[in-house]
Design a binder for this molecule. Sequence first.
Ligand code: HGY
Ligand code: MN
Ligand code: MN
Length: 420
Amino acid sequence: MIPLDLAALGARADAMLTELAAISAEPDRLTRLYLTPEHRRAADLVAAWMAAAGLAVREDALATVRGRWEAPSGTRRTLILGSHIDTIIDAGRFDGPLGVIAAIVAVDELRRIGVALPFAVEVCAFGDEEGVRFPTTLLGSSAVAGILDPADLDRTDAYDVSVRAALATYGCDPEAVAAARIAAEDAVGYLEVHIEQGPVLEREGVPLGVVTAIAGATRAVVTVSGEAGHAGTVPMGLRLDALAAASELVLAVERIGHAGAASDLVATVGRMAVRPGAVNVVPGAVELSLDVRASSDAPRRAAMAAIAAAAAEIAARRGVGIDIAVTHDRDTAPCTPAIVDVLSDAVAALGLPPRRLMSGAGHDGQAMAMLTDIGMIFVRCRGGVSHNPAEYASPEDIGLAVAALVRAVEGLAEKERERR
Ligand code: HGY
Ligand code: MN
Ligand code: MN
């Protein structure tokens, strides 16, 4: 094994992370949503990095930037690496871009040291993992995996712009979705480096982790329909106050979440819109988001049923309407044991303990798992803080992650050679 300069790898990736983080919709915080002008600028920067690393670059129908390194044999077999370049609102600079940049730097390093791989490598920079702009998520990785639900192209953002229209404006052809797909028989596997977004690795003093499974998640849009009224004339007993009803539901969601702690259940209302939203009007309607997850699928489904029952009780007692429209439902995605072993060996080859752990956060791997074998390397996250501008991973740990990815690609290459 050719030695790797870990410090140089980490410093290079960290500089790229800083450059990419400067591309935002807002001057004083990082916000980069799917199919926005900021997404375009970020995609162009990532495409330039991929080209500089010697990859053949293209953009697919769902705006995923894809850099391909063909195998000397010309085989169609392909190892897919990557993550996402879209962010939440007021994001940290690591969630997503760390995985795309680690993949580019790792591929560049493999080419530099002259490794001849028995498969092609394709680096993917997915544009919609967070699912913040549109009420669905994993659109790019779902297209690569061949599982995109066409109905998702008609989902609309807060300005009633559909995914389909936004893709056309962005310069993509949503009718060419089929060409984005990688055939199952051609896929060697999917590897993703990601900041842990939790406290486990830091608490145990280990820089890297190997993911065993990605928690399933259900997202929904909840609409509470009451009756707008004059705040000065409608007696309390005659009100159909949508915000009071929604507030009861938010507390019920929290209570149900707490009750499922043993199954790592988490239930969150992250967004609420009150209409008409005037100081002197009894709220007539409220739209709120719902995000429910657990380390296995049954507790998550039971929690959704309990939330629906609580909503029905509140609606009946208050005389309002409550509709729960599920917009995303992805089961827990186990990482492939053989890939978990390869990643564990790669981490161990760096002299580190291969700490295996579950991911409570969702990732593109949940979609890619429907296509091929998947695995993830987690990078220690300061304070476990993520989905927050204070999110941080050190250049040293990032250098180790890039090196582990290089070693993992070499490990999978060995297995592919044995396979033939
Ligand atoms: O929501 C998630 O878990 C991921 O960060 N999109
Ligand atoms: Mn992410
Ligand atoms: Mn995220």
